[in-house]
Design a protein. Structure first.
Length: 425
């Protein structure tokens, strides 16, 4: 009897052990399934971590990355902690919010009526960066979702949910899609989530124009540029925070006077994404041949010698310092220009001022480049002066790049510009 009792206890212990083991395995399986569900399957391992690794390992060393004019556009960085994986048709992509030191927003004239509305629209505009896996290539696109006043108010002034493959079915406003360096792929005008127009080409500029309806003649879509400058703080855990100033109009307006006929309506569909993000084989997928000669002409400029400003910096009884700013190269429509900054030193001789020196200080670009990127490289500034006149001569190279019909186009030329200043200017 005692032996049988021991056998029963052993069998009972084995049963309890088996039950416990099964329960433990079940818990582990459930936990593993939950973990897998939290991180969905990503084709070829292209996820937020892979996009970040490619950005730092390859993209930052590329010509495309270096083509972005950081001095003019300010720094920009993906918010790596808030990536979103998107599978749209054959496109595998990861999208991140994009933090910018300088944000420029082009607000269509019909999107807002009052200045307060324009500021709310600028404040609520969403900027995102997209890394798209296409075969063995990774493509980079930036997008801006610019709401109109009514849609923005209906969503309590927060439209951050919009993104690649995920556009609200009542979204009204515009979506602008650019390359990393600023090359414009598409500007879409939407009403209730459907594309009404795709604007491109025939950009007519009105630089330094007053803000408001009817200030510039335009038969297409009139856009007013607003800008905000921020301090970008990046922490060790990749958290990005911004401390920003107020939005203000830059004084630049331009007009999109032509549009693509019968645009693809659904911006969240694979077919439309192919066209609007420049992903289709053999070009930009616009449904028509893009006029690359026209695009090139819109980025061309010429030498100039217009005075921008002359400022007295300091003066004593026998000497003074003035700063001279002048335009040495400008875009044909006046959309942007390069300005040279010089320092002039005058001394008084027998009661009359005369030149002692004119030295070159720096150059800067003023205005907005649309449809491509412009870089100016100064080769050799040379100055000369007499008693009454001083001349600054600049030798420089202008490098232009754009993407047209899905292919990069670049060219460069050397120029010389001169400006003469009178001692009494």
């Amino acid at each position: 009897m005692h032996f049988k009792h021991i056998q029963q206890q052993l069998r009972s212990g084995r049963n309890i052990f088996l039950v416990c083991t099964l329960l433990t395995l079940t818990v582990l399986v459930i936990a593993a399934c939950q973990k897998t569900a939290d991180k969905p399957f990503v084709k070829n391992g292209f996820d937020a971590a892979a996009a970040k690794e490619w950005y730092y390992g390859s993209f930052k060393n590329s010509a495309e990355y270096k083509a972005f004019d950081k001095e003019y556009g300010g720094s920009k960085l993906p918010d790596w902690k808030n990536g979103r994986h998107v599978k749209l048709g054959d496109f595998d992509a990861v999208e991140f919010p994009l933090s910018k030191q300088k944000t420029k927003v082009g607000i269509p004239e019909n999107a807002a009526v009052t200045e307060a509305d324009r500021n709310r629209i600028a404040q609520a505009t969403v900027s995102k960066i997209l890394f798209i896996k296409k075969g063995d290539k990774t493509l980079v696109r930036e997008s801006e979702y610019i709401p109109d006043a009514d849609y923005l108010a209906a969503h309590q002034y927060d439209i951050s949910q919009n993104g690649f493959g995920n556009v609200d079915n009542d979204f009204s406003g515009s979506i602008q899609i650019n390359g990393w360096a600023g090359d414009e792929y598409s500007r879409l005008v939407l009403k209730n989530g459907k594309v009404q127009k795709r604007m491109r080409g025939n950009i007519v500029l009105a630089a330094n124009a007053p803000v408001g309806t009817g200030k510039v003649a335009c038969n297409g879509v009139l856009v007013t540029e607003y800008e905000r400058i921020c301090e970008v703080h990046i922490y060790s855990d990749n958290q990005v925070t911004l401390e920003c100033g107020e939005w203000y109009p830059t004084g630049n307006q331009w007009c999109y006077e032509s549009e693509v006929a019968d645009p693809c309506e659904d911006p969240a569909s694979p077919q439309c994404a192919c066209q609007y993000y420049g992903l289709c084989e053999g070009g930009d997928g616009s449904g028509g041949e893009e006029n690359c000669d026209q695009r090139r002409q819109q980025l061309e400029g010429s030498t100039d010698d217009a005075t921008v400003a002359i400022t007295l910096n300091s003066q004593t009884q026998n000497s003074r310092v003035k700063y001279y700013d002048w335009t040495f190269y400008r875009q044909i429509f006046g959309l942007w220009k390069f300005v040279s900054h010089e320092k002039g030193v005058h001394v008084k001789d027998n009661g009359f001022w005369k030149w002692e020196s004119l030295t070159h200080e720096s150059i800067s670009r003023v205005g907005t480049v649309i449809g491509g990127t412009i870089t100016c490289t100064l080769n050799s500034p040379q100055s000369s002066h007499s008693l009454v006149f001083a001349t600054m001569t600049l030798n420089y190279n202008i490098f232009v790049s754009l993407i047209c019909a899905g292919s990069p186009i670049t060219w460069s030329d050397d120029y010389t510009s001169s400006k003469t200043f009178n001692i009494n200017d």
